[in-house]
Design a binder for this molecule. Structure first.
Ligand SMILES: Nc1nc2c(ncn2[C@@H]2O[C@H](COP(=O)(O)OP(=O)(O)OP(=O)(O)O)[C@@H](O)[C@H]2O)c(=O)[nH]1
Length: 319
């Protein structure tokens, strides 16, 4: 275990101008935490802008991209694995398994804990299952501004005795203490590879992905028996018009022509219903009038095509 004390250095804009694709690194970090641990606050502090715009209540995805951090040559995609703890509703319970497998695919798994609360029952539920995830695990104790140092160190020792964390960070997401160090450490853990998102798309990436997720959810609502996990949705275009409305183009990828017919439905009825339901919900999160255009394309083995992961944001590469 190594410990990282917060320091006063702020995260200077380390974006390199000379970055070439060969030098870049990119990967996923799963952020786990019970409600109120400070996940949203930390996401915003790490990303440096307000990007965790919405917290979706419906949990139909394995992992939801919540923010993208640029640090030097590295791109860190922060994902949330909803429903990972204390599932209450039936739907939540069904999601727990896949939420854990989402964490299992990440390059690092961060457990965020409210240091003031320590290891309460909810946290213990997570700690018990965490060893199942065979990925590097990082402990982040948040809200250190609210707790005496002695108690903090006791807690660090206790938690590390329960789970072998590779790293422990002590932070205050609210005032920024320790956040720059955490950001650098996460960036350093990313494997070499091209960025998953083009730099100029980062600002609206969460919205684009959320919109894709919404459409995917509407497909799932209607067609889950016919198309179990056999489709993905990408947002190809997100264009804000002068009147403030947004023109969105999305492509639904399926694997076979027969699936395309199912998604379209008789006389295009199914896709129309999917589009209407998705448009209403996307307009709510985008806080704008939305014009939604859906295309259905057959692409065999889309699940093996790395380019698809970029816009998916919904599921990790399954290798
Ligand atoms: N004092 C202090 N308060 C914090 C810190 N981080 C977060 N908070 C507060 O804790 C509360 C919960 O923070 P959120 O970021 O909304 O927590 P969350 O984990 O995203 O919660 P959910 O959205 O329910 O999952 C808010 O009132 C934050 O202002 C911190 O470092 N110090």
């Amino acid at each position: 275990m190594s410990e990282h004390e917060p320091d006063d250095r702020d995260g200077e804009d380390a974006r390199s101008q000379e970055t070439t694709p060969q030098e870049t690194r990119a990967g996923f970090v799963a952020l786990i935490g019970v409600p109120n641990a400070g996940k949203s606050t930390l996401l915003n502090a790490l990303v440096g802008a307000k990007v965790s715009i919405v917290s979706r209540k419906v949990q139909t995805t394995r992992a939801l991209v919540r923010g993208i951090v640029m640090e030097g040559d590295a791109q860190v995609v922060l994902v949330d694995t909803p429903g990972i703890f204390a599932p209450k509703r039936r739907l939540d319970r069904a999601m727990v398994h896949s939420a854990w497998s989402g964490a299992a695919d990440a390059d690092a798994v961060c457990l965020l804990i409210d240091a003031r609360k320590g290891a309460d029952d909810e946290v213990e539920t997570i700690l018990r299952r965490l060893p199942e995830v065979k990925r590097p695990k990082i402990l982040i104790l948040n809200k250190i501004d609210l707790i005496a140092r002695e108690r903090l160190l006791e807690l660090v020792a206790k938690l590390n005795a329960m789970v072998p964390f590779e790293d422990t960070f002590l932070i205050s997401a609210l005032n920024g203490d320790g956040v720059a160090d955490l950001r650098k450490a996460l960036a350093a853990r990313m494997p070499p590879g091209p960025w998953l998102y083009p730099e100029d798309q980062i600002s609206d990436a969460p919205l684009r992905m959320l919109a894709a997720e919404i459409t995917r959810e509407k497909i799932y609502d209607r067609l889950h028996e016919e198309l179990p996990y056999r489709s993905t949705v990408e947002t190809d275009q997100w264009q804000v018009r002068p009147d403030g409305s947004v023109r969105i183009e999305q492509t639904i990828f399926v694997e076979r022509e027969s699936q395309r017919s199912i998604v379209l439905g008789k006389g295009g009825q199914t896709i129309k219903a999917i589009g209407q339901a998705a448009r209403i919900e996307i307009a709510e999160v985008a806080e704008a009038k939305v014009h939604l255009f859906l295309h259905v394309k057959v692409r065999e083995n889309w699940a093996d095509d790395p380019a698809r992961y970029r816009e998916m944001g919904l599921e990790f590469p399954t290798g």
